[in-house]
Design a binder for this molecule. Structure first.
Ligand code: KIV
Length: 290
């Protein structure tokens, strides 16, 4: 995507029709949590920016995604939206924001839409259908998310690849069809075998977007901090790092610290100066006060 102001914004209907089997290019989605991240994703020409609840772990330092609130998500969605990026902004509904009632779900989703998201994402299969129904009824487009759903970490007993067994794979395909029927315009498939992701993708008219789900989805999503190597503490199998921003940043900060300690920063060129006359007046002032 170019920087041209003529480049149109990506819309929900344009994403809904992107099936690779119909000749479409794979969709590209990346997370962002602030305005600089949104500008980078925009300049790189991605199709969608996910303000993911991975915010909790990637930016806010929590161990899982369960601590992040709808207000945290709205705060970061607004920061992304202020960059006015062309990619579609997907606001992630955090845990407990869509589990209690249809009315609470719609009000919470509205917070993300009012913060600047064009649609929302939520995790789970069949049991989420009433909430998806309520959202679609309120004209809020919904992206589904099935497979390894990080908000279910306690129920799953950890972050584990899902749908390895036949019955679980069949259930996953059925869940995907139910989400599509409920009105989802796309579905994230996370942490499932490539073969199962291919079956789900084949079974749907709407696009699938994979993360740890192999290459046969209609698109791929990764966490920006993983792509850029902003953190290098953990490297899941499905992540490909395209940069080592952490090392580059630590080197740069070390160099800054060394320059300060060695008296080499700031230089005269990096400082503001008085005119000779102003300096003279000040030196008189200084001499009478010291
Ligand atoms: O929150 C997030 O970053 C996500 C992606 C991993 C799909 O949900």
């Amino acid at each position: 995507m170019s920087d041209s102001p003529a480049t149109p914004r990506v819309t929900v209907p344009s994403v809904r029709s992107r099936k690779v089997r119909d000749g479409a290019e794979p969709l590209v989605m990346v997370t962002a949590y602030d305005a600089p991240g949104a500008r980078m994703a925009d300049e790189a020409g991605v199709d969608m920016i996910l303000v993911g609840d991975s915010l909790a772990m990637v930016v806010l330092g929590y161990d899982d995604t369960l601590d992040v609130t709808i207000d945290d998500m709205a705060h970061h969605t607004a920061a992304v939206a202020r960059a006015k990026p062309k990619p579609l902004i997907v606001g992630d509904l955090p845990w407990m924001s869509y589990h209690v009632s249809r009315s609470e779900t719609v009000h919470n989703a509205a917070k993300l839409i009012r913060a600047g998201a064009q649609c929302v994402k939520l995790e789970g299969g069949r049991k989420r259908v009433p909430m998806i129904d309520a959202l679609v009824d309120a004209e809020i487009p919904v992206m589904g998310h099935i497979g390894l759903t990080p908000q279910s970490v306690n129920a799953m007993g950890g972050f584990r690849v899902q749908a390895r067994e036949r019955e679980a794979a069949v259930r996953l395909i059925a869940a995907a069809k139910e989400l599509q029927h409920a009105g989802c315009f796309a579905i994230v498939l996370e942490g499932i075998p490539d073969e199962v992701a291919a079956l789900v993708t084949d079974a749907l008219e709407i696009p699938t977007i994979g993360i740890g789900a192999g290459p046969r989805c209609d698109g791929q999503v990764l966490v920006m901090h993983d792509v850029l190597g902003i953190e290098n503490r953990i490297a899941p199998k499905f992540v490909r790092r395209y940069a080592d921003v952490k090392s580059t940043s630590v080197d740069a900060l070390r160099a800054f610290a060394a320059d300060v300690r060695g008296g080499e920063f700031p230089s005269s060129a990096e400082s503001y100066h008085l005119s000779a006359e102003q300096a003279e007046q000040l030196s008189i002032y200084g001499s009478t006060h010291h």
